[in-house]
Design a protein around this ligand. Structure first.
Ligand code: HEM
Length: 154
């Protein structure tokens, strides 16, 4: 296995875990939780889901730029020489990172505080904000993968 192939595999696995996890949370788990659980149980479930999911997202968030920059060094003479879709990938990564940090550093502690205080209306409001941010991040992640696959030449 070449160094590039190893970096490439890690890069794809990290992207898969992050974007695929958001897809599962948004498209499958969210409607299933709404249709089967009362609001307090839903809030407790999401607190535990985010705790476990973010244990995987943190490494993915770190692995993506390290492996990406490694591949850049191996494949291209300079950043300017890299194709446009790689520049777009980096820009969209920064947007995804900012949204992830917003959820994990700002909104998640608010959700935890509301659940601990058994303040269910507040917890529901915070969960709604988290849902919107993660939905937006999912759209960016899916768009990023599509752009990389299409490799637009503009
Ligand atoms: C700082 C962040 C990132 C850097 C520097 C980076 C860099 C790279 C590089 C250099 C390649 C190989 C492209 C080539 O040589 O043709 C690549 C491939 C890829 N990246 Fe990233 N990337 C980053 C973030 C992301 C993120 C956040 C995702 C998705 C969530 C992602 C998904 C992909 C995919 C799917 C490929 C495979 C493209 C292909 O060759 O078919 N990358 N990335």
């Amino acid at each position: 296995m070449t160094p590039h192939a190893a970096l490439y595999a890690l890069h794809l696995l990290a992207a898969l875990i992050w974007v695929g996890g958001m897809f599962f949370a948004w498209m499958i788990l969210r409607p299933a939780a709404v249709s089967t659980l009362e609001p307090p149980a839903q809030l407790r479930l999401w607190l535990e889901v985010f705790r476990r999911f973010f244990l995987w997202v943190w490494p993915a968030v770190l692995v993506l730029p390290f492996t990406g920059v490694g591949m850049l060094h191996l494949s291209y003479a300079s950043m300017e020489a890299a194709p446009r879709y790689v520049h777009m990938m980096i820009g969209l990564y920064v947007a995804m990172l900012a949204l992830f940090l917003r959820v994990s550093a700002l909104l998640l502690p608010q959700l935890r505080a509301a659940v601990n205080a058994e303040n269910w209306p507040e917890g529901g409001a915070v969960l709604g904000r988290i849902r919107r941010v993660i939905g937006f991040n999912l759209v960016i992640g899916l768009a990023l993968v599509t752009i990389v696959a299409i490799r637009p030449t503009f």
